[in-house]
Design a protein around this ligand. Structure first.
Ligand code: FES
Length: 378
């Protein structure tokens, strides 16, 4: 049975194409897998187009192009043009590094609908420190060009301990740029972010201040700029309905063609997700054992099994349950009913009392550090 309760699986409405894990930035909050260096055998242009065609035939309507940094792919314009012909609404999620006016114009001609540019901070110094390069001024320039070429201006800031106190400055900057939408996306602790969690976790007071400020600005700028504040779930009592349920509407394809129900599922133990090079998407989505592993409610243990909220939150996030408890079938510890909730709260409280421990310095996300994590580099 499916998450929605019917017998046939729902449609993958959202396809996230992680075109490459190569990226000129080194953000330590990235949710890409730590072993991203092993994904170097990227799908070719023709393979990606076949994936788009198969997904569209199954009912997918939204296409996210991300990475790593999707702009690294020289065939991005061609991929956009083919996806546009297929009828997708196409969203490019980018740092802006690798973009220029020539490419923005080409994307427009190819049929790109939407560009989301991410910033690391509102100050040049912090932005460039987190990104690991001097990208701030270029990002500003790209944001202005996005507007000039008549795209909606969508800016994304990932919040963590080092920039959560700057929410007012971030929103002032976005307003000055005439952004239409701003996403204040709290760090989600997967991949590199999980590795750097002790350094990134904000204090409870920081979160409360940021949330209050975001709400003030939502009121103040109503009708001018839409602000989405993503609540940091570690500080919550109810879990998020991750991916709207496993294998429900989201389908991610990693750079090497591995198909996943979410961007982080590749790290779950005991599952070996199918590859689009070996199977068509229809089989992967409907019949592969791993896409069915956490569909519906049959896999649930207590307290999820008998919880009346399971149809709303689907037990939370499988990847978070694994990362925090060692078992992806456990309730997400963000949930106050989870027996692991108290331990998570203890960790959050600890973060509020301590400056980040010196013995765990920030590990920046790059291929060298990925190889080190994989044990293939000293
Ligand atoms: Fe994988 Fe939530 S991120 S299920």
């Amino acid at each position: 049975m499916t998450t929605s309760g019917s017998d046939s699986p729902p449609k993958p409405l959202w396809l996230l194409a992680e075109l490459t894990y190569r990226c000129p930035l080194q953000c330590p909050y990235c949710s890409n897998p730590l072993d991203m260096a092993k994904y170097s055998d990227e799908l070719s242009t023709e393979e990606w187009i076949r994936v788009f065609r198969e997904a569209r035939a199954m009912g997918a309507v939204q296409l996210g192009l991300s990475g790593g940094e999707a702009l690294v792919r020289k065939d991005l314009e061609e991929l956009i043009a083919e996806a546009h012909k297929l009828g997708f609404y196409i969203n490019l999620l980018t740092s802006g590094v690798g973009m220029d006016e020539h490419r923005i114009r080409a994307f427009k001609e190819a049929g790109l609908d939407h560009i989301q540019i991410s910033f690391q901070a509102s100050s040049e110094e912090l932005n460039n420190f987190i990104a690991g390069n001097d990208s701030f001024r270029h990002k500003l320039e790209m944001a202005r060009l996005v507007k000039q070429y008549d795209y909606p201006m969508v800016l994304c800031f990932v919040l963590h301990r080092h920039n959560t106190d700057d929410v007012a400055q971030i929103l002032d900057m976005a307003h000055a740029l005439q952004a239409d939408y701003v996403e204040l996306a709290t760090t989600q602790y997967y991949g590199w972010a999980m590795l750097n969690r002790d350094q990134l976790l904000p204090t409870r007071e920081q979160v409360q201040r940021a949330e209050a400020l975001a709400h003030d600005y939502q009121e103040k700028l109503k009708g001018q700029m839409k602000i989405f504040y993503v609540v940091p779930d570690y500080h919550e009592e109810r879990p998020k309905a991750c991916m709207s349920g496993w294998g429900s509407i989201f389908l991610t394809v990693a750079p090497d063609g591995t198909a996943l129900p979410c961007h982080a599922a590749g790290s779950l133990p005991g599952l070996s997700f199918p590859n689009v090079r070996d199977h068509d998407l229809a089989w992967i989505w409907s019949a592969s054992p791993d896409f069915n592993r956490f569909r519906g409610y049959g896999w649930m243990k207590e307290p999820c099994r008998s919880c009346e909220e399971k149809t709303k939150d689907f037990g939370g996030c499988r990847c978070q349950a694994y990362l925090l408890t060692g078992d992806p079938a456990n309730a997400d510890p963000v949930c106050a009913k989870s027996p692991h909730h108290a331990e998570l709260q203890r960790r959050v409280a600890l973060a509020s009392e301590q400056t980040p421990p010196r013995e765990s310095p920030i590990v920046f996300r790059n291929m060298r550090n990925s190889k080190r994590q994989m044990g293939v580099l000293d």
